[in-house]
Design a protein around this ligand. Sequence first.
Ligand SMILES: Nc1ncnc2c1ncn2[C@@H]1O[C@H](COP(=O)(O)OP(=O)(O)O)[C@@H](O)[C@H]1O
Ligand SMILES: [Mg+2]
Length: 597
Amino acid sequence: MSPANLQADPQANPRSMPPLQRVLASLRAYPGLALGALISSLLLTAAYAVTPQLFRWGIDQGIAQQNLRVIWQSAGAMLLAAVGRGLFNFGQSFWAEAASQGVAYDLRNRIFSKIQTLSFSYHDQAQTSQLLTRMTNDIEQIRSFLSTSLVQVISAVVTLVSIAVVLLLMNWRLALITLTVVPMAGWLLARFLQRNSAIFRRVQEELGNLNAVLQENLLGVRVVKAFVQEAHQTQRYAALNQELMQSNMQTIRAIRNTFPFIFLLSNLVTVVVVGYGGAAVIGGEFSVGELLAFNSYLLLILQPILLIGFAAPAIAQAAASAERLYEVIDATVEIRDRPGAVPFKACSGRITFENVSFRYPGATQEALKHISFETKPNELIAILGMTGSGKSTIVNLLPRFYDVTAGAVRIDGRDVRDFTLASLRSKIGIVFQETTLFLGSIQENIAYAKPNAKLEEVIQVAKTAQIHEFVISLPEGYATQVGEHGVGLSGGQKQRIAIARTLLTNASILILDDSTSAIDARTAVQIQDALDDLMRQKTCTSFVIAQRISTIKNADRILLIQQGQLVAQGTHQELMQSSPLYESILESQMKQPATAA
Ligand SMILES: Nc1ncnc2c1ncn2[C@@H]1O[C@H](COP(=O)(O)OP(=O)(O)O)[C@@H](O)[C@H]1O
Ligand SMILES: [Mg+2]
C-alpha cells in the first residue's frame, strides 16, 4: 500500500493509536452516557469535599457560638450532601456501566463480522480457543475497565487535587506536613505493584492454562475415554488447579504484607494533626471545627491513592486485552474484492486452470504444481488421487478460499479474482469433506443457505441425497433437532444432509469434496447415480472428488492427481488403458468390496 493510500484509508488513523486510547476513542459513540458519567463523578467529588466544610461550620458557628439555627442548618446541608452523594454515585456507575456495555456490544459485533470475513488462511493458523477468549474474556476486561477502573482513576485524581488545594488554603503549614503521606503511600503502593505484578500476571496465565485443559477435555472427551486417560487428565487438571490456588494465596499474602503499613501511615498523620493542630488551636490560629474538617479530609485523601493502586493492574490487563482484540480487528483480509470486481452471473461451463501452482501460507512445499486443464460445458469432472495429493486444494481455488500462488483459474475465460467474492461463492456449491451441522432442526440445516425454502423443496433434495427415508423414520421427522443437544447422527448421515443443503442452493458449479467418504459403497453409488444426471442438467460444470473409483466411473473425465501434479486425465475406459497408476488403484479397490461386505 502506498503512503497516499494509507492516508485515504479511514482505518489507518486508529491503527497507529495505542490500544487503550482506541478503547477510549470508541466511547465517542456514546457521548451522552460518557458525559453523564463524567459529570456525575465530578459532582460526587464535590459532594464529598463539601461535607467537612459543613461540619466545620456547624462546630465553629453553631456549637461554639451556641447557635441552634446554624446547627440545624448545617445538619440539613450535610443531609442534602449525603443524598447528593447517593444520587451522583448512582448516576456515575449507571452511566459508566451503560457506556461500557455499549462499547462491549460494538466490539463483539465488530469482531464477529471480522471473523466472518477473514480468509481460510487466517483460520488455518488461528486457534479457535484463542479467538473464543478474545470474544469473551478480553472484551469483558475492557468493559470492566471502562465501567470501573477508568471512573475510579478519574475521580481519584480529581479528589486528590481538589482536596490538596483545600487543605493548602485552610492551613498551608499543616497541609505540607500532612500531605507527605501521599507520596509515601504512593511509594508503598508502587513498590507493592512492582514486586507483585509478576504474581498477578501468573494468576491470569494459570487461569488461562486451566481453561485450556478444560476446553481440550470437553471437546475431546471421547478420545480421553477411548484411551482410558481419565485419571491422568484429572491429575493434570488438579495439578494446574493447585498451582492457581497457590498463586492466589501468594497475592493474598502480598496484600496482607503491604496494606496495614499504608493504614498505619494514615494513623500516624492523625498524631501530627492532633499534636501540631491542637497546639495551633490553643495558640488561636486555628479553630476546633477547622481541625476536625482537616482531619476528615485526610481520611478522604488516602482513598484515591488506594483506588489508583487497585485500578493499575486492571488497567494494564485491559491494555493487553485491547491489544489482542485490535489484532483481530486489524488483521488483513487477504482475499477480498478487487477494485472494479464484477458480479459472476451465468457460466457456460468452461473452467480453465492455467499452469496453476499453489503453496499454503507458511508451507515449505507447493501443494499444487503447474496444473493445467480445461472443462467443457456440462461436464462432470472427477478428481482422483491419494490422501494429501492436492484434490481439495484444487477445488478450493475455484471459490477463492485461497488464491493461486502462480498461474490463473478462469471461468469462461475470466480470472476468478475479477469476480466479486459474494457472487462467485453463491454460484458455487461445495460440500466439504468434513461436514458441519448447525444447532437447529434438520429442515433448517438443509435450508441453511435458503431459509425460506418450502418443505417440499427440502424433501426433494433430501431424496436426491438419499436421506429422506432416514429423516422420516425419526419421530419428529424434519423438525428433529440436531447439533450439540440434538439427535446423534452418523458421519454418513451428516454428509448426506450436507449434500442436500448444497443441492438446494441451485449453484451453477457444484463441488462434492469426498462427500461420500463416510457413506457405505452401495449408498454412495446410489447417491452418485441420482446426482450424475442432476449435475449434468442443472449445473454448468461439476466436480466430484472421490477415493472410490466405483462412484466416479461414469464421470465424463477423471483427473488423476499425484503429489500436487496432474498425472493423467481421461474417461474410465481411457485411463484403464493408458495409466498404470489408475490401473493399480483400480486393482487395489477391486479387492476391497469383498472385505467390506
Ligand atoms: N490448510 C492447510 N495448510 C497447510 N497445508 C495444507 C492445508 N490443507 C492441506 N495442506 C497440505 O496440502 C497438501 C494437499 O492437501 P489436500 O488438497 O487436502 O489433499 P487431498 O484433498 O487430496 O487429500 C497436503 O500435503 C496437505 O498436508
Ligand atoms: Mg481432501
